[in-house]
Ligand binder design. Structure first.
Ligand SMILES: C[S@@+](CC[C@H](N)C(=O)[O-])C[C@H]1O[C@@H](n2cnc3c(N)ncnc32)[C@H](O)[C@@H]1O
Length: 270
């Protein structure tokens, strides 16, 4: 960590930085870090990316403006303010890399990602740091945590499959990659909008027999294959999980809040 000022990171992050950022070193790129604190990471990024990189820092603390005299571009505003981001991108233009090391609450992380995704250059990426906050108290409602948002987007990436046309697929980024404490959204616009359909290299039939129907284990439940202590899935199978009391509680809730659904259910059961 080559910097004359204090920076606060985690030991496991440096391999991940190299993995995500190595190909951008010594290039003419625009790099944005949210979260400046003592300015140490700004100098580290200048050292890492080289003098051709435009290094931009964002912080809510107006004192961070002082780093402008060191040649960094500094923007003061809140990452949880959508309007701040609108003005920011109008000013800054397209970005190669965003690294979010700001306040680490779920709304801050999600608003930042949603606001900046359309403004990342093709081939660029957004990396959100300290995503372990999704498993901690004090960063927002955990049912809408940043990692829950990521999980939903994994489903939305898979909705690009040709037969799922009626579902809303995610096409703003191509992939989402998870390492400890970080999530990276990679932009590849051509690949993200490509229509997913079967394709043959030669002809349109197979001559080999497809043995998929010969595998007697193929559809066996993973619960039958692995012991409980192997913990392949932590979540319980909902089929075995719900008790009559729980079902009654859910139905009572629906009866009170959505009586029309109960009426439709009755019609359905009759
Ligand atoms: C973890 S520190 C940044 C550490 C720095 N990147 C480093 O490596 O040393 C978090 C920074 O995010 C800033 N911050 C917190 N909430 C913010 C918000 N809503 N918008 C912008 N910056 C915020 C804080 O003022 C603080 O400087």
């Amino acid at each position: 960590m080559n910097s004359p000022y204090v920076s606060f990171k985690h030991t496991t992050y440096f391999d991940s930085y190299d993995y995500f950022f190595d190909t951008y070193r010594d290039k003419d790129i625009t790099f944005v870090e949210i979260g400046i604190l003592d300015g140490g990471s700004l100098f580290m990024w200048r050292d890492y990316f080289g003098s051709n990189a435009r290094i931009i820092g964002v912080d809510l603390n107006p004192e961070a403006k002082k780093w402008e005299k060191e040649g960094f571009e500094i923007y003061i505003g809140s990452q949880s303010d959508k309007n701040f981001w609108k003005e920011f991108v109008n000013d800054v233009g397209e970005i190669d890399i965003v690294l979010d090391d700001g306040g680490h609450t779920y709304s801050q992380q999600i608003i930042t990602t949603e606001s900046l995704l359309p403004h990342i250059k093709d081939g660029g990426l957004i990396v959100v740091e300290d995503t372990h906050t999704s498993y901690l108290n004090g960063f927002g409602d955990v049912s809408f945590s940043f990692i829950e948002y990521v999980k939903e987007h994994i489903d939305k990436i898979n909705m690009r499959f040709g037969s799922f046309e009626k579902y809303k697929a995610e096409r703003r980024f191509w992939s989402v990659e998870v390492v400890e404490g970080m999530v990276a959204f990679k932009i590849n616009r051509a690949a993200s909008v490509l229509k997913s359909e079967p394709i043959f290299n030669i002809g349109s039939t197979f001559s080999a027999k497809d043995f998929r129907f010969e595998d007697s284990n193929a559809l066996m439940s993973v619960e039958q294959i692995f012991n409980k202590d192997e913990q392949i899935f932590n979540k319980k199978n909902p089929k075995n999980e719900i008790t009559l009391e729980q079902l009654e509680e859910v139905l009572t809730n629906i009866k009170v809040n959505h009586p029309q659904i109960i009426k439709r259910l009755k019609d359905f059961l009759d």
